[in-house]
Design a protein around this ligand. Structure first.
Ligand code: SF4
Length: 558
């Protein structure tokens, strides 16, 4: 699929730039899109949402005049003026320098020479907020950071000056703070330039935030988006924490060798700076942060998978570093992990039942072999799967089933805590809601303490008792989940919450490279409140309310 569809310059009419009347798409006798009606005026922004396979791509391609082979069309679709389609994945020629691609595309559409095309591209990059210093026209897209590649693709579309811009899963894969910043900029440009813009994606992508109109595809029908399609649960009710600490981590540090400097010193990349953490019995602690914040490394260090570079983790008062083989086996049984991609964590060469039985054999050897099949069936039923799932191979599981099998595998040795690293990352919003139900049911029934990492800040806070927010390996805010949800003090937490709600985050730019962190506060190059002092000292955590700590020099400054 080409990234940007050919320009179709139609004569101006009084029709809205985008209109569909009873648009129906069929594959043979199967109805894919059923009598879709749609009107989008110039300068309006439409969020088109739907789950995987809902038909968003089909509808966009039909509007772009690029129907898929084998798909028949009935009803009417009108798109007036120059239309562009940014296809899923935002593909550009990966190896061709950006300048040459910009000159080709802008020159083709507008008949400009190379220097005029590049000036236009530079103006469009301004619109997308890409500072001049960050522009790398000489590089091909596959050597640009993802955020810059998406910004360049949007800028290319802006430079062409379409009347209608159709975008399929725009800026997918970026951190929410970065994605929402780009999408709000794109929407602002569309409104100011009288461009009809459609942004299509999953309900949980936050596309409603930048949009003026909202439609959802469900079962082939195009319908107004419900006010809250996947309502988030009410904040976690106080569940009577016992207060007994079951896990303590002190000065936990994770770093990796980077080689030896010219002066012979060992250089290291620190991804988790020394931090302390406590987990109480029955408590759910969520570790929040963008990609690269160190939350996953911290979760793994707590499990000694691998052990932290420095510092200590103790479970029930026992230092994991000092446990002998038998002690470590007991700790492994007590502390069960859940990994980001449950399907990938399963052995493809063993049935589901075989894998669960192996966990039992290893961690609960006292259970007789002839009882294992019963235990496996019980564990599968406890997470909403049928007992005969035991006979299935991992490759036959869909993502929600794989996630449930992962949960069953974690629960079958009857652990005393779960440490979950983004276990819901591969699931849609609806699937995540179901999985949360299973996880919380297991947690509450067994009174399990849970540590969970997620970049879905609002979702994490609503399910947790307490939260740590990590930025480049340091805790920048911690406290009760409800306090952070409603009274976050750190600009980074506030920006992630804004993005989760579809609002434009106040942060500029991308997270800096861990190899070249800025002096002082790690947020200062992106922070709207940054002052010169922020470059001079790394802010320390200070108490701003009982149980609520923030690491920001200016947390109390508006
Ligand atoms: S210390 Fe400065 S740069 Fe860091 S979050 Fe606070 S105001 Fe922003």
């Amino acid at each position: 699929m080409t990234t940007i569809a050919p320009a179709l310059a139609d004569p101006p009419t009084t029709n809205p730039p985008v209109a569909a009347d009873g648009l129906t798409l069929l594959a043979g006798d199967r109805v894919l899109i059923d009598r879709a009606d749609l009107r989008l005026e110039a300068g309006a922004v439409l969020a088109l949402t739907g789950g995987a396979g809902a038909g968003k791509t089909l509808l966009l391609r039909a509007l772009a005049g690029l129907p898929l082979p084998g798909v028949a069309q009935a009803g009417q679709a009108h798109v007036d003026g120059r239309r562009l389609l940014i296809a899923q994945g935002g593909r550009m020629a990966p190896q061709r320098p950006l300048a040459l691609q910009a000159a080709d595309v802008i020159g083709h559409h507008l008949g400009l020479d190379t220097s005029a095309a590049l000036r236009r591209m530079a103006d469009a990059l301004d619109r997308m907020g890409v500072p001049a210093a960050a522009r790398r026209f000489d590089l091909p897209p596959d050597r640009l950071p993802d955020s810059l590649r998406w910004a360049a693709l949007f800028a290319l579309a802006i430079a062409v000056g379409p009347a209608v811009l159709l975008t399929d899963a725009p800026a997918a894969g970026l951190d929410p703070t970065v994605r929402l910043r780009l999408l709000h900029r794109l929407a602002d440009w569309a409104r100011e330039s009288a461009v009809a813009l459609i942004v299509a994606g999953r309900p949980e992508d936050g596309l409603d935030g930048p949009a003026d109109q909202r439609l959802a595809l469900h079962g082939g029908r195009l319908l107004p988006t419900p006010a809250d399609p996947t309502p988030l649960p009410a904040p976690n009710p106080a569940r009577g924490r016992a207060g007994t600490e079951v896990m303590t981590a002190r000065s936990v540090t994770v770093s990796f060798p980077l080689g030896v400097s010219p002066t012979g010193e060992e250089r290291r990349l620190t991804v988790v700076h020394p931090l302390d953490l406590d987990l109480a019995d029955g408590e759910t602690l969520v570790l929040l942060g963008e990609t690269g914040s160190g939350k996953a490394m911290l979760a793994r260090a707590l499990l000694h998978l691998p052990p932290p570079t420095k510092g200590h983790v103790a479970w029930m008062g026992r230092d994991l570093a000092k446990a002998d083989a038998a002690g470590m086996r007991r700790i492994r049984r007590d502390l069960q992990p859940l990994f980001p991609d449950p399907a990938a964590a399963l052995d493809p060469a063993m049935t589901v039942g075989g894998q669960l039985a192996t966990v039992l054999e290893s961690l609960r050897p006292e259970i007789p072999a002839d009882r294992r099949a019963h235990r496996v069936a019980d564990a599968l039923r406890a997470v909403g799967l049928s007992a005969d799932t035991a006979t299935r191979w991992p490759a036959t599981l869909n993502p929600p089933e794989a996630a449930r099998v992962g949960l069953a595998r974690a629960l079958i040795p009857e652990p005393r805590a779960l440490v979950c690293d983004e276990p819901l990352a591969t699931l849609s919003a609806e699937e995540r809601a179901d999985f949360w139900d299973d996880l919380l049911t297991a947690r509450d029934r067994r009174r399990l303490p849970v540590i969970l990492t997620t970049e879905r800040v609002e979702e994490g806070l609503r399910h947790a008792d307490r939260a740590l927010v990590l930025l480049m390996g340091r805790v920048v805010e911690s406290g009760d989940a409800d306090a952070l949800l409603h009274h976050a003090r750190h600009p980074y937490t506030q920006a992630m919450l804004s993005a989760a709600r579809g609002e434009a985050p106040a942060l500029d730019g991308d997270a800096p490279s861990a190899l070249r962190p800025p002096d002082g506060c790690a947020l200062r190059l992106r922070c709207p409140k940054a002052r010169s002092f922020c470059a001079q000292a790394v802010p320390a955590l200070e108490q701003v309310a009982p149980g609520h700590q923030v690491a920001c020099h200016y947390w109390d400054t508006p």
